[in-house]
Write a protein that binds this ligand. Sequence first.
Ligand code: DAH
Length: 377
Amino acid sequence: MHVSEIASGDIPPLSGYSEDQLDKAFAAISGEVEASSAALSTPEAIEAFRLQWLGRKQGRLKAISDAWLKSAPAEARKLIGQRFNTLKAEIEQRLEHASSSHGAAGLDAEALASKRIDVTLPGARRQLGAEHPVIRTQNELLAIFARMGYSVSIGPEVETDYYNFESLNFPPGHPARDTQDTLVIAGQDRKPLRDRLLMRTHTSPVQMRTMEQHPPPLRIVIPGKVHRNDAADATHSPMFHQLEGLCVDTNITFADLKGTLDHAMKELYGSSVRTRFFPSFFPFTEPSADVQISCPFCGGSGCRKCKHSGWIELLGCGMVDPSVFEFARLKQPAYDPKKISGFAFGMGIDRIAMMKYGITDISLMFSGDLRFLEQFA
Ligand code: DAH
C-alpha cells in the first residue's frame, strides 16, 4: 500500500463494540502503521510519517479518536481508550526507532567531513582560574585555626533581628545598633521586631546559631559575607567579609584568648609579629578588646602603612558575655554561664587580604575586573 493512499483513507466505522470487534478494527490500523513505517530512511520520510499519524489537526490518530472514541457509548469508551493508547505507543515507538537508527547510521560523508578534527591547528587556550585574594586569605585563616582544632560553621546572610542583634545582647533601641548601619529588608513592619529580616551586619549571629545546635565544648570559626549601609570608598564596601571565632569550654580565660590570637597572627604574618590588646566595647563580650599587631611592613618602627605608629588595628574580641549564654541556654541548657566560659573574636578578611597583597582600593576586589584578578593566578 502506498503511503499517500493510507494518509488519505477515511476511518471505517466500527462494526460493533465487542472486544473482538474492537481488536479487529485496531489490528487493521496497526497493520497500516507497520506498512507506512517500512521505509523511514530519511529525515523527511520520518517527519512525513509523524505528521501522517500524530499530526494535531489531520493526523490519523486524531481521526480515529474523532470517529471511534468520541462517539462511542460510555460503556465502550474504556475498551476503545485502552486500544487507542496501545496504538499511539506503537506509533511513537516506531518513530523513535526510526529517528535513532537514522541518527547513527545516516551521517553522510559531508556531515562527517565537517566533524573531522584538524590536529595540526593550534589548541584552544583555556583560561586558568585563580583563587580570589579574599578567598585565598580566608582559606589561610581557616587552615590556621583548623590546626588549633577549630571547625568551620556558616550561617545565612539574610538574618533575623533576633540573631543579628537581640540574642547578642543588643536590646531593641540599644545605641550600639546604630553603629552597625544595618540594611533591612523592606515591608516587614507588621512582624514582631525579632522576626524582621535584615542583611547580617556581622558574622556574630552564627555564634548563637551554632550554640543552639551544639552543646559545649565548642571551637568554631565562621567565615562569610556581611553587609552594611556604608558609603563606598577606598577602604569601605557595603559588602565585605569577616572571620568570626568562638571558643567555649570550662575554664576558658582571657589568657586563652590572648594566646590563641597571638599565635594566629604569628602564623599569618610571621613569628616576629607582636600583638597588643586595648579595652573596647561590644555588647556580646565582657570584657572586650581591640587587638593591634606590630606593623608587618616596617616591623614596628613606623611607616606610611601604619601611619607611623608602628601598630595596625586588626580585630575585635572579648570574653563571651553571660547574657549571650543565657540566650543560648534557651535551646541548649549546657550553656550555663556559671559552669562554662568562652571567648570570641571577629576580623575583617578583606582588610587582611589588602594588607597582605598591597591592595589600596577595596572596590578592586569586587569589580570583577580580570586584569586585577589575573594577577593572583
Ligand atoms: N561583630 C563585631 C563587628 O562586626 C566584631 C566582633 C567583635 C566579633 C568582638 C566578635 C567579638 O566575636 O568578640 O563589629
